[in-house]
Design a protein around this ligand. Structure first.
Ligand SMILES: *Cc1c(COP(=O)(O)O)cnc(C)c1O
Length: 479
């Protein structure tokens, strides 16, 4: 593939581009249980139109593009209000949840350094914290103190208190956490945060744009927003349950004194004095315009209606899974997402996942414990019954043929989850993943045979090779 020597007509280019999507998961009919927040074509066109209006505008320079600063101000003010913040709550629109989480870690690391001279920063994370927090730990050199869950999937707050020390720069709670959809005990975390004088961030990337409306609809939730005194910042994604185009999240802080530590200023650059509020340089005007448009389009009643339909679908799903004697829902999530696993030794949950794949569903896998995942949206109201019918059939198929657990991707996922040598898993996944990015790289399929240059036909799959390596190593140790 080279750049075409001469340009092509737009119609041609767009036709080919459309064709690329043919092999993508069918998210338009509620078959995908993660990653996508989609309503219908009319709404997608509306977002695209809003995006188009400002797709060339750049939020890097808010003094040049006053339009973008206006979207940003209005988005942040509305979010602060949704999260029950005071007038002092302020923040920034970011490109996504990951950017919001990374920024919180950077901010609190720098705050602790400035105020308390902390040189070996640490943060206390529940093990269910989104992977973005572990990424932040690596990127910004902030050590993770990990809090394990109890048997009931709940965070044990007493364990959090024991991990706080002089080097702690922040605590984290999620509302809700991604793997099982449970809201961490934010009020109790707030008390610990206040007692020790450390910031508490609430990761509401997934909950921020639905929980306020679930509450307005009369669903009782534990306190999780700025009404909890110890909470100092909250991340809330507009491109999840806010139904914006991809590329829009928010991070807000209780006051400007905190937000200041997020800012970057360099005064000696030959390119001019430079100030930037977030991670990105150029900031996508289109994404922020579409986010603003989404919030105006729905308003409180629109989001309440979405929340209502989402929780209807969620409740059906949760009840449907609980009605299957072989399965169990992890914890007691209130929505909109859940994890579930097997309670029957004869039913391997990853094999159930393979059976669901074969029936045209796209479902994420969990580990520790092994499970399947569902991020439920209003769209799923039209597919949840079909999902449950297939799930029942999938469970029956696995029960009838337990060898399915040793085939297909079930074997790989099982191995990945059960190998005690996590560094080994990491380095092998890194190898394969980076192969995707070598020039002309292929797809990532952990159960497939290694593709890429030099791969022999019939070479063992990654799963097989890890298994062989592991067994040999154990034998050597035993000798
Ligand atoms: C999705 C999510 C993130 C990361 O957001 P991205 O937009 O995918 O970068 C962080 N935390 C939680 C709880 C999430 O669900």
């Amino acid at each position: 593939m080279t750049l075409p020597e001469t340009g092509r007509p737009p119609g041609d280019v767009l036709r080919e581009l459309r064709g690329f999507g043919d092999a993508d998961p069918d998210y338009k009919h509620g078959r995908v249980w993660s990653l996508v927040y989609y309503l219908d074509e009319g709404y997608a066109d509306f977002l695209a139109e809003a995006y188009k209006l400002y797709s060339s505008a750049n939020g890097l320079n808010p003094t040049a593009f006053k339009s973008l600063k206006r979207f940003e101000n209005e988005i942040i003010a509305a979010v602060a209000d949704m999260l029950h913040g005071t007038e002092e709550v302020c923040g920034v629109v970011t490109s996504g949840g990951t950017e919001s989480c990374l920024l919180a870690v950077k901010t609190y690391r720098d705050l602790a350094r400035a105020k308390r001279g902390v040189r070996r920063p640490e943060m206390v994370l529940p093990e269910t914290a989104h992977v973005a927090w572990f990424k932040a730990s690596e990127y910004f050199g902030v050590k993770v103190r990990l809090v394990p869950r109890g048997d009931d999937f709940r965070l044990d707050v007493a364990k959090v208190a024991r991990l706080v020390n002089r080097n702690t720069v922040m605590l984290l709670g999620s509302a809700p956490e991604y793997p099982n959809g449970l809201i961490d005990p934010i009020a109790a975390l707030g008390e610990i945060a206040q007692k020790h004088g450390v910031p508490l961030h609430v990761d509401a990337c997934v909950g921020g744009f639905i929980q306020p409306f679930m509450a307005m609809n009369g669903i009782e939730l534990p306190p999780w927003d700025y009404r909890v005194p110890g909470v100092t910042s909250i991340s809330a994604d507009i491109h999840k349950y806010g139904f914006a185009s991809k590329g829009a999240s928010t991070i807000t802080y209780r006051n400007l004194e905190l937000l200041k530590h997020q800012m970057f200023v360099y005064q000696d650059w030959p390119g001019g004095v430079f100030a930037s509020p977030a991670l990105l340089g150029t900031r996508p005007g289109g994404a922020y315009a579409a986010a603003w448009a989404a919030m105006q389009y729905f308003g409180q009643t629109g989001y309440r209606d979405l929340a209502h339909r989402t929780i209807l679908a969620f409740d059906r799903m949760k009840a449907g899974i609980a009605a299957l004697p072989e399965l169990r829902v992890f914890g007691d999530p209130k929505g909109p997402l859940l994890g579930y696993g097997s309670r029957d030794a004869a039913v391997d949950i990853y094999a159930v996942g393979d059976q669901m794949d074969a029936r045209g569903w796209q479902i994420n896998r969990l580990q520790f414990p092994e499970g399947l995942h569902a991020m439920v949206t209003a769209k799923h109201l039209e597919s949840v019954e079909a999902y449950l019918v297939d799930l029942k059939a999938a469970v029956a198929a696995v029960k009838a043929d337990p060898s399915l657990a040793r085939q297909g991707s079930a074997a790989t996922y099982g191995l990945m989850a059960n190998i005690p040598l996590r560094g080994m898993v990491k380095s092998r996944v890194l190898d394969i993943f980076s192969n995707m990015y070598r020039a002309g790289g292929g797809d990532l399929d952990l159960s497939a045979h290694d593709a890429g240059p030099g791969a022999e036909a019939g070479a063992p799959s990654l799963a097989e090779r890890i298994a062989t390596w592991y067994v040999q190593r154990r034998r050597r140790r035993q000798r």
